[in-house]
Design a binder for this molecule. Structure first.
Ligand SMILES: [Zn+2]
Length: 293
């Protein structure tokens, strides 16, 4: 599933096509994605202008001139293609290749910018909903979402509070969207390696008995922010999607320190460890047992 840096990269790729533009025509090629599309979906979009395209956790949020917000989630396999005169591209770099078979083109936005924005999603775990702006924060999909890791509010004190009474591992705690939004398997592994903390360590050790952040919490917050900033800068991760058509997108995955690097030498300076893979909560965790404590 795409993580925060990938979604943010998609947002940046879509913004020039959508921001300030009007939905001239909306094509729906099926009635549902993961959930049914709203019955009045087309009517609530056509003729409306996108005032801004934002992001919260892994949701893209298009603010409409009508006061509604179009919520979009890529799910497991969703992607957008932006077509203009002279070519088509897929914003965002993904660890798993995106499909482009036309049979999976479920929603098409014809924008007044001249761009055609197509949502393609073979597995249909993606989502599009329209919610009045005033109801967004209390929407069932949004109200339990934790802090944005790149926001100023997310700091060691906040992370320590969220983890103080947790019985789970650090890996599980950071993967929990209520603790921090937008992180998944890749960036949790990367952040823990950078912070030199074992994924098996108890999450509660980020807090003192009094609930104050330990130095580990400070280090971890810095590592999370650094990993995400670098990934966004590189345009998200990608293994096989080489349909790279705008020069600013890079391949962050070449910079992975531990993710998918089982058996390789640990990249920490002076560390003689070898990257190991274990399974936690049903997902692969990659880490160095020597320098991550
Ligand atoms: Zn190491």
């Amino acid at each position: 599933m795409p993580e925060l840096p990938e979604v943010e990269t998609v947002r940046r790729g879509l913004a020039p096509a959508m921001e300030g533009a009007r939905f001239v025509r909306v094509e729906l090629n099926r009635p549902d994605l993961r959930r049914p599309l709203p019955k009045d979906f087309v009517k609530r979009l056509e003729g409306k202008t996108v005032a801004g395209l934002g992001r919260r956790a892994k949701y893209l949020l298009a603010d409409l001139s009508s006061g509604d917000v179009l919520m979009m989630h890529l799910g497991m396999s969703g992607s957008f293609r932006v077509a203009r005169e002279g070519g088509e591209r897929t914003p965002g770099k993904f660890h798993h290749e995106r499909a482009s078979a036309r049979t999976h083109d479920h929603v098409v936005f014809h924008m007044s910018s001249g761009a055609r924005v197509t949502f393609n999603d073979p597995r249909r775990f993606g989502l599009m909903l329209i919610v009045p702006r005033g109801e967004l924060e209390t929407h069932p999909l949004m109200r339990e979402v934790g802090p944005e890791p790149l926001g100023n509010a997310f700091d060691a004190a906040m992370l320590a509070r969220a983890c103080a009474n947790k019985k789970t591992s650090l890996k599980a705690a950071l993967s929990d969207q209520k603790v921090v939004a937008g992180l998944g398997n890749i960036y949790v592994c990367e952040a823990l390696h950078r912070a030199r903390l074992s994924p098996r360590r108890s999450a509660a050790t980020l807090a003192t008995r009094a609930g104050k952040p330990t130095p580990r919490a400070e280090t971890l917050v810095e590592a999370i922010k650094a990993v995400l900033h670098e990934a966004i800068k590189a345009g998200g991760s990608s293994l096989r999607d080489h349909r790279r058509t705008d020069g600013e997108l890079g391949d962050f995955q070449h910079n992975f320190r531990v993710y998918d690097r089982e058996g390789k030498p640990c990249p920490t300076a002076g560390c003689s460890g070898t990257i190991r893979r274990i399974v936690q909560v049903g997902r692969s965790t990659f880490f160095c047992p020597v320098c991550q404590k």
